[in-house]
Design a protein around this ligand. Structure first.
Ligand code: FPP
Length: 252
């Protein structure tokens, strides 16, 4: 039996609308502004943001999303004040602890992507434990992008392929798009069909640069802590009414 879940194709549907996206990726932004609006510490915004993570993971599993990738901590976020980084790491550990049981029960597999070794040792140990405990989950894969930067990921993939060529295990002519995809942290997963960014910023912020080549993008002004299941479902509905052409023309 394959060790990886099989992902249905999102390219065919029986009605006029697109099928449900297989892979949804989200840039969760606006925690700080949410807290600032209330004259609260930024960490309060992250706490509320963690609660939104729970809501959106549950909603995704409920409606049948197969892969959910959340940008939880970027490689650039290491430049934030030490106190805020500590608070984010603490929240992450707490989330992993409180959600493990529900993930196992709901058949959700957790997978961390990014420069994981840069995270504090206790967080890495917890992540590894939850990844082991949920490894059999075939209902949905939850990717947490942690200490993640897409350019770093691409540099890592390039080193990996260069090493194989140097050692005589790979021929230059065999390097194609599929091989590149298979050497990224998202190897084996379909590319995101839908990319959502909260808080209104029109930026990609070094997230999945290779993988989002043909993703449909939705930006909402809602700050991440205020993002609800209802809005998530309405974005998915709007996605299903779009037309994806993948660079081709529409059949007349
Ligand atoms: C962006 O808000 C959000 C982050 C940098 C981190 C995302 C973290 C969470 C949603 C909470 C913890 C995560 C998990 C998985 C439990 P920002 O601080 O950049 O907001 P701002 O742009 O308004 O300042």
């Amino acid at each position: 039996m394959s060790s990886k879940p099989a992902f249905p194709s999102s390219s065919s549907t029986t009605d006029d609308r697109l099928p449900l996206p297989v892979h949804v990726a989200i840039i969760m932004d606006g925690n700080g502004r949410w807290a600032k609006k209330r004259s609260w510490m930024r960490v309060k915004g992250h706490e509320q943001g963690a609660s939104t993570v729970r809501t959106i993971v549950r909603a995704s599993r409920k409606i049948g999303i197969k892969v959910l990738t959340l940008y939880a901590f970027s490689s650039e976020n290491w430049q934030r004040p030490a106190k805020e980084i500590r608070a984010l790491m603490h929240l992450l550990k707490k989330f992993l602890k409180t959600e493990e049981k529900e993930m196992v029960e709901n058949n959700i597999r957790l997978h961390a992507i990014g420069d994981i070794d840069r995270l504090p040792g206790d967080v890495v140990r917890r992540l590894n434990a939850v990844q082991r405990a949920t490894a059999a989950g075939r209902g949905m894969q939850l990717n947490l992008a942690l200490s993640y930067g897409s350019r770093g990921e691409i540099a890592h993939m390039t080193r990996c392929l260069a090493e194989k060529v140097r050692d005589g295990n790979l021929e230059l002519k065999d390097i194609d798009e599929e091989m590149i995809s298979n050497h990224l942290f998202t190897a084996g997963l379909p590319d995101p069909d839908l990319l959502i960014r909260t808080s209104g910023e029109m930026r990609i912020s070094n997230f999945l640069l290779w993988q989002i080549a043909y993703s449909e993008i939705f930006v909402t002004d809602t700050l991440w802590p205020d993002f609800t299941e209802e809005e998530y479902l309405s974005i998915i509905d709007a996605y299903r009414q779009r037309e994806r052409r993948f660079g081709k023309t529409v059949p007349s």
